[in-house]
Design a protein around this ligand. Structure first.
Ligand SMILES: [Zn+2]
Length: 217
């Protein structure tokens, strides 16, 4: 009858260990959450937000999808961002991609993968925009560079949502961070200075913000 019994056993061990060190932990956590961070990352099983940042349950609000995409037409991610900004009042939004991302690699390949090709359309547009730079690189390096460009583009998408523009207009303090994770080392590297105000006042990389992702996903 019982399936995945090893996972349920793991859960009991984990819960007992936390209760042993802090008997009030779960009771306090159940009352409310006050995370300071929103994490938008890839669904890849090797990039778990809490573990790689050393954060406990309750400390980071998490949204993950294939290739850490923030599409302005995706009500899922927009709902997460709005709840995090307007209700939880997080101080930091972290877009974290990873080198060797299978979703980004698929966007560079010239054959059909299925439904995911529609999801990755924005990254394909981004690759066309940077074709000259990407074509000059060996295949693996081109994927990794597009992983970086994708993080920067998705961070700009977050900054351009009405949710962030309105929050900044109200004077709410929120920073957007563009990070990338290397599977081989377990190390996160920031790709650009964080954004703390609307893009029409600044850019994260010194380039004009309006036309770097023309048909933004
Ligand atoms: Zn990925």
């Amino acid at each position: 009858m019982h399936t995945l019994i090893h996972l349920l056993d793991n859960n009991k061990v984990w819960s007992n260990a936390i209760n042993a060190s802090d008997p009030e932990f779960f009771r306090k956590l159940a009352e409310q959450q006050h995370p300071e961070y929103l994490w938008i990352g890839c669904s890849d099983s090797r990039v778990p937000a809490n573990q790689i940042t050393g954060l406990a349950p309750g400390e980071i609000f998490v949204h993950r999808n294939v290739a850490n995409i923030v599409a302005e037409t995706d009500f899922n991610v927009l709902t997460v961002i709005q709840y995090a900004v307007d209700v939880l009042k997080v101080r930091h939004i972290i877009i974290c991609g990873h080198y060797g991302c299978g979703g980004v690699q698929a966007a560079l390949e010239n054959f059909r993968h299925g439904m995911i090709d529609n999801w990755l359309a924005g990254i394909r547009s981004l690759s066309r925009l940077h074709r000259k730079e990407l074509d000059a690189l060996p295949p693996d390096a081109a994927v990794d560079r597009l992983c970086e460009l994708n993080v920067l583009a998705q961070a700009r998408h977050v900054a351009r949502t009405t949710i962030l523009e309105d929050a900044w207009e109200r004077g709410q303090l929120i920073s957007i961070h563009s990070w990338i994770y290397r599977l081989e080392t377990g190390i996160i590297t920031p790709l650009a200075p964080c954004m703390q105000k609307p893009l029409h006042f600044s850019t994260i990389d010194g380039r004009p913000p309006a036309d770097d992702f023309p048909d933004s996903h």
